[in-house]
Design a protein around this ligand. Structure first.
Ligand SMILES: [Zn+2]
Ligand SMILES: [Zn+2]
Length: 274
């Protein structure tokens, strides 16, 4: 490996670490940080692709390696690297992957020219997808190992970004937290106030939150489940506030379902008689 190759790789890893830290800061609520995550991620991708090309032959990162006098100031760009990779084996960089690359290049341009308007969910989703595509490419077509070079502090974010499932869980938790922030409860005002966020019994995440569009008043931001025994409910007979799981359901004479509490259902009586 030549010095130049090492430089490319080290710089690529630095950019990746920065991208991960900034992404983390963005997720922690500092939305401006996503902007820097985009810049660093774009830089990482460009450098790691170039590093891959340079590992084939160090001269290949120059624009014109066949010229009589090599101009070391002119190196290839991202698209030349992508073309080279696809010329080696068609569709290694798939059209979808390429579209995401175009997206991040455009975004980087907009940021650099201060024309950038942030669509946080789109930025997060696309960065995640792009990162997984790059990791997949490195794994399948190169010997390049990134994970073991990632500093400890960014390992968790690396794992979340690499794993589509973990990533969507993290997304759902963020959404649930937002709903929670938008709906503060003051228990000193109302001790019986209904909870805003519950654990979802379907998927096990703390992502079941109040939702106006849901028939039950709640919906999970991860699995869309709307049911839970823990949902607040009132006894249809005496009105006592309790939870769905504490009520027994009966069909009344009108053919409607009625939820009755421990006392109103007669269970209290039955237990006493035992
Ligand atoms: Zn769920
Ligand atoms: Zn009752």
């Amino acid at each position: 490996m030549t010095i130049h190759e090492l430089d490319l790789f080290d710089n690529a890893l630095d950019s990746l670490s920065e991208a991960l830290s900034k992404f983390e800061e963005g997720d922690d609520g500092d939305h401006k940080a996503y902007k820097f995550a985009v810049l660093h991620m774009a830089h990482f991708i460009e450098l790691i692709f170039k590093h891959h090309i340079a590992s084939k032959h160090p001269l290949l990162i120059y624009k014109d390696p066949f010229s009589k006098k090599l101009d070391k100031n002119k190196t290839i760009g991202l698209w030349e690297a992508v073309n080279f990779i696809n010329n080696e084996a068609p569709d290694t960089v798939s059209p979808e992957f390429r579209k995401d690359l175009e997206w991040i290049k455009r975004l980087r341009n907009e940021i650099e020219h201060h024309k950038f308007t942030m669509d946080v969910p789109q930025v997060r989703t696309t960065i995640g997808r792009l990162f997984r595509s790059v990791m997949e490419f490195l794994e399948e077509y190169t010997e390049i190992e990134t994970e073991e070079h990632i500093p400890k502090r960014t390992k968790d974010t690396f794992k979340i970004l690499s794993d589509e499932y973990e990533f969507s869980v993290r997304d759902a938790i963020r959404l649930a937290e937002e709903v929670e922030e938008e709906n503060p409860i003051d228990y000193s005002d109302d001790p019986d106030a209904a909870p805003v966020r519950l654990e979802c019994a379907e998927c096990g995440h703390s992502t079941l939150v109040v939702n106006e569009d849901s028939g039950t008043g709640y919906r999970c931001t991860f699995c869309q489940n709307e049911e839970s025994d823990e949902l607040p409910a009132n006894c249809d007979i005496c009105g006592i506030p309790t939870t769905v799981g504490e009520l027994v359901y009966w069909e009344n004479e009108m053919g409607q379902m009625e939820g009755r509490c421990y006392y109103c259902s007669g269970r209290h009586h039955a237990d006493k008689d035992d």
